[in-house]
Design a protein around this ligand. Structure first.
Ligand code: WT7
Length: 627
């Protein structure tokens, strides 16, 4: 997906350069890595602390614990909401919500704070306090944002589960996280279709004893018949006594803000743990410098707050910068293919952060959709989730006026913040995610950890700590260690890339058993575990196959139990089975029933061989192949 020939340079126009907060990338980068504590410490001065930090970082290279702002106390909700209200911005729009069925709601900073305080009171009445865990299974609606901020305010730990997950995917996350409260909604909407979230949540939580209460956010006017342990938000809002203002609970540098589950190379998703203060600094600084957020901005990120992009760049980063955030519930093609373009026109969006799959989908629908709308409010574009191929880059650039900078941002759930990216003031190369963000020491190395020469492909690592680095893997410190010991002493990202002579990164894809489908991260082992729960399937292997629209699609190979070979299950049944186990995003696009799978003598499936065969490529070294 990267460009092979020398890419053309896109140099921002002088007006953008002048306006940008980083007019001199090279100078700032050199200074930031020479003295990272001054660089981050200066940015931390913009934030409010109940105990002001006197030190910036304690780094323990033996345990890989980066304790940022180690002697500070503060609260991210205080910085995202209260601070702006205190400073006179209560009437500024904080959140504009565009629902799937055409609903529209606007929350000022004052109203968002008020609703968050009320929600926090409700959680408190359910016994939630500092360090307690709350799972949030809500569609992209204001309630989702409010529930997150309310947890943060109490010093509680949230774990948002994407509302497209199936009951069993939700259940495995609840089993690991063991929340005291599960917040869910009566339903969500997608492409006009009702998504029955409450039913999914009920199936998922059966028999899980940690959950004392399921808190339900209603959507329709109808009254709900409740099961034991369920409460409806409006009822609790009436009951709870709003005595006092419920100030944000000050937390210290080790206190977690959230756990977000993501796919890895084993069957079980891992709970990536982020802490409040460091994460706050990282998301604040990157939102400010990459998207150049200002009071006048209306900022639209197409992600769902259920993923890390939404955590960092819908909820926390933009609100820390006092921007106006547009949150859209639907999909880019509903009610028509002009959904995003008309939202941009209607709300005068100035910063639009999208994904390669969204852009390629819009390309398919054609230029008449953006051409028919007034997009003159736009000033900065962005992309995330998978490599942005040059064709899509050029299309995105052209249909939005041909003069806007595109921030192709590279990062991960684990990094919490954008790590490699252009800035509005730096020249861009289509197909490249630019260079490391100031203060970030990203490198491309060989298997021994030595930097590779420009033009050579290697693995992406981060050499020094960064503020919003994850702190551990929930209940699994060994898995955390693995990130730092794969190549000793540096953070191993699992991505491959090459750099050009100018230091620009070109990302190529994962080097591990992770697939990126339309930007969603899926583990092959996770899909395989789901497949073998089908009564007729004995063994399974999943691979990612290149796809023009979605980057990769999922192809699965299955071996049937002997008893099933005479009556093999239809492919659709196999696909639906995975869908019900994991959710729609994991549904395989192609299924093939095979007699056996290529394996090593020790019994490991050689997915590499399956992939090479599928793509008609050389199969490589087969010396370890069993048969
Ligand atoms: C993986 C992380 C972090 C935002 C959403 C995904 C891929 C992400 C880019 C980019 C090429 C990218 C990588 C990475 N990725 N952004 N700009 N260019 N690849 O978070 O689910 O944790 O996935 O997404 O492969 O490792 P995630």
């Amino acid at each position: 997906m990267s460009s092979s020939s020398k890419p053309s340079l896109f140099v921002p126009d002088p007006a953008t350069l002048r306006k940008s907060r980083v007019p001199d990338y090279d100078g700032l980068y050199a200074a930031s890595v020479a003295d990272p504590e001054s660089f981050w410490g200066n940015l931390a001065k913009d934030l409010h602390f109940t105990k002001v930090p006197s030190r910036i970082l304690d780094w323990n290279p033996k345990t890989f614990q980066g304790r940022w702002l180690p002697d500070a106390e503060g609260n991210i909700c205080d910085n995202a909401l209260d601070r702006h209200v205190r400073e006179g911005f209560a009437n500024k729009a904080a959140l504009i919500w565009a629902g799937d069925r055409g609903e529209e709601e606007i929350y000022t900073y004052g109203r968002l704070l008020d609703q968050t305080v009320r929600f926090a009171h409700v959680l408190k009445s359910l016994g939630v306090g500092k360090g307690d865990r709350v799972s949030i299974f809500l569609p992209p609606t204001p309630a989702q944002v409010i529930a997150m901020l309310a947890c943060a305010r109490l010093g509680a730990i949230h774990s948002v589960v994407f509302s497209g997950f199936s009951a069993s995917a939700l259940r495995s996350r609840l089993e690991d996280f063991e929340p005291r409260v599960l917040v869910t909604a009566e339903c969500g909407y997608r492409r006009g279709k009702r998504i029955p979230l409450l039913e999914t949540a009920r199936t998922a939580r059966k028999g899980l004893s940690s959950i004392a209460t399921t808190l339900i956010v209603p959507r329709e006017e109808t009254s709900l018949s409740l099961e034991p342990g369920e409460r409806v938000l409006p009822d609790l809002l009436k009951e709870v006594r709003f005595s006092g203002s419920l100030p944000p609970v000050p937390v210290s540098c080790d206190d977690p803000l959230f756990v977000l589950y993501t796919s890895g190379t084993t069957g079980k998703p891992k709970g990536v743990v982020h802490v409040q203060l460091g994460y706050m600094l990282g998301t604040y600084a990157t939102s400010r410098m990459i998207f150049d957020l200002r009071d006048s901005d209306v900022y639209f990120c197409v992600a769902d707050p259920g993923w890390i992009t939404g955590h960092s760049y819908i909820v926390y980063g933009p609100l820390l910068n006092r921007a106006t955030v547009l949150l859209s519930e639907g999909t880019p093609e509903y009610p028509d293919a002009g959904r995003h373009w008309s939202l941009i026109e209607r709300h005068r969006v100035s910063v639009y952060y999208s994904t390669p799959t969204t852009i390629r989908l819009q390309m398919r629908f054609g230029e008449t959709w953006p051409a028919g709308r007034d997009l003159s409010s736009l000033r900065i574009l962005g992309s995330v989730g998978e490599p942005l191929n040059p064709e899509a880059w050029h299309w995105f650039h052209r249909v939005t006026g041909g003069h806007l900078p595109i921030m192709d941002t590279w990062w991960q759930t684990e990094t919490g913040m954008i790590m490699v990216t252009p800035l509005p003031s730096t020249p861009e190369k289509p197909g490249s995610a630019g260079r490391p963000f100031p203060g970030v020491v990203a490198d491309i190395v060989d298997a021994t950890g030595k930097s590779v020469a420009p033009g050579e492909t290697g693995t992406v690592v981060i050499r020094t700590p960064w503020p919003s680095m994850f702190r551990t893997v929930f209940r699994d410190p060994d898995r955390y260690r693995k990130y730092w010991t794969e190549i000793p002493g540096v953070f191993f990202s699992g991505d491959s890339a090459r750099k050009d002579e100018d230091g620009y990164f070109f990302f190529l894809g994962r080097v591990d058993d992770v697939i990126k489908v339309a930007g969603h991260r899926l583990g092959t082992a996770e899909i395989e575990s789901a497949l073998i729960t089908h009564p007729k399937i004995a063994e399974a292997a999943a691979i990612g196959k290149p796809d023009e629209l979605r980057g990769e699609i999922i192809k699965v190979f299955v071996v049937l139990h002997p008893h099933a070979t005479l009556a093999p299950p239809p492919h659709d049944e196999i696909r639906t089975h995975v869908r019900s186990e994991l959710g729609g995003i994991a549904e395989p696009h192609e299924v093939e029933i095979v007699i056996s799978l290529p394996k090593t003598r020790s019994g490991k499936i050689m997915r590499r061989v399956l992939k090479a065969r599928e793509l008609g490529l050389p199969e490589g070294d087969l010396s370890t192949l069993e048969d």
